[in-house]
Ligand binder design. Structure first.
Ligand SMILES: [Zn+2]
Length: 382
């Protein structure tokens, strides 16, 4: 016997599947949804009726394909739901408002004082939400996604020990922010949020990717097998703290010769080419370990020298990966620019409510309702 909670979950999962397909397809009909999700035509009709009633989807006339009967087509309503994304860096808070398709509608950036406290961040978040939420129609804001420097625990919503931020030891930021803002809040590492944003925009072609973030520190967001990879403690991606010079200079993490300290020293000395070279060594190490085929370079410290970094990293990938002709890797800069973390955090919030942990390729069946939800939280009704 199926308990009511399971039925609710299945309905929610089916709704989310249809929204995910709709987001990619633009306009769609029942057959598009049925073939992409594996749902029966009857189930598809029920889901579409629910989504139309909720305002997420609207009819868009009929289309005739070949000789068959004309089919009713539908489209997603972009402004039916919004999310706010926040990027908490060591010196700035950047926030975006995004619609249901993930498009960034508005951005606000606010400086953060050196060594800011949790209370100060909550004040700034609250002011930012106030500035952005005015653009949404009432009742359409689903929540706030926060991408922050780690180490942090995404599942528990707790910042464990943000490097170089004294007041951030075991701070339950998700709970504190939800209480202060009166909205659902999701907390993730900055780099994990960023790679979700890049993968969302890249669509189903992006199966295995790394986002390398260079902005007061260096981290890597990992997208493996078509989903974000966070690791056993949700702290994967401390890429800058891989040692590349045994007995090198001491790093903030306590070890010596980390990629981050060598890179940052070179960049501070005005040697962008050397800094890029250090980063490239790390990127090749990562490729040798994980075999991703997309590397996205991002971050406020890298973007002013984007051409140098792209050139140096691409050369290293071409010449230092054995059989680079076979292990082809695309290296680009972020298509979301300086918004990448904030926009990714907003997309994560939308994904938690209206998305899938792993988007299927066209024609591929989605995993069953037992699959893990992004965010690790309980499933919620769309
Ligand atoms: Zn280190």
């Amino acid at each position: 016997m199926v308990r009511p909670a399971d039925v609710e979950y299945l309905r929610d999962y089916n709704d989310a599947s249809v929204v995910a397909v709709a987001r990619r397809a633009g306009v769609f009909d029942r057959a598009t949804i049925a073939s992409a999700t594996g749902l029966t035509p009857q189930a598809v009709s029920k889901v579409i009726a629910r989504l139309v009633a909720a305002g997420l989807v609207e009819p868009d006339g009929v289309r005739r394909h070949g000789v068959g009967k004309p089919a009713s087509v539908y489209r997603l309503v972009p402004d039916s739901r919004y999310a706010i994304g926040a990027h908490v860096a060591r010196r700035t808070l950047r926030m975006v408002l995004s619609d249901l398709t993930g498009r960034v509608l508005q951005t606000v950036a606010r400086p953060l004082p050196p060594d800011f406290t949790p209370g100060r961040l909550l004040d700034e978040l609250s002011a930012g939400v106030g500035a952005l939420a005015g653009e949404c129609r009432a009742g359409r804001l689903v929540g706030v996604g926060i991408g922050m420097v780690g180490p942090l625990d995404h599942a528990q919503g707790v910042v464990r020990d943000a490097h170089r931020l004294r007041h951030w030891h075991d701070v339950p930021l998700r709970e504190m922010a939800a209480e202060r803002l009166g909205l659902p809040v999701l907390l993730d590492k900055d780099v994990a949020a960023g790679v979700v944003g890049e993968a969302w925009l890249g669509g189903v072609d992006v199966r295995d990717a790394a986002l390398i973030m260079v902005e007061s520190g260096i981290g890597a967001g990992l997208w493996l097998g078509g989903g974000v990879y966070r690791g056993a403690h949700t702290n994967a991606g401390e890429f800058g703290h891989m040692v590349v010079q045994v007995d090198g200079p001491e790093c903030v993490c306590g070890r010596r010769g980390c990629l981050e300290i060598l890179h940052d020293r070179a960049l501070a000395a005005g040697e962008a080419g050397t800094a890029a070279r250090v980063l490239a060594v790390g990127v090749v190490n990562l490729l040798q370990t994980l075999d991703v085929d997309h590397v996205v370079l991002a971050g406020a410290d890298l973007l002013p020298h984007a051409a140098t970094y792209l050139d140096v990293v691409r050369t290293a990938v071409r010449t230092e990966v054995p059989r680079a002709d076979w292990l082809a890797v695309e290296v680009t800069t972020s298509r979301l620019g300086t918004d990448v973390i904030a926009a990714g955090a907003a997309m994560e919030m939308l994904n938690e409510r209206y998305g899938l942990p792993r988007e299927p390729r066209p024609g591929e069946r989605v995993p069953g309702p037992g699959a893990a939800r992004p965010g690790g939280g309980p499933p919620s009704r769309a």
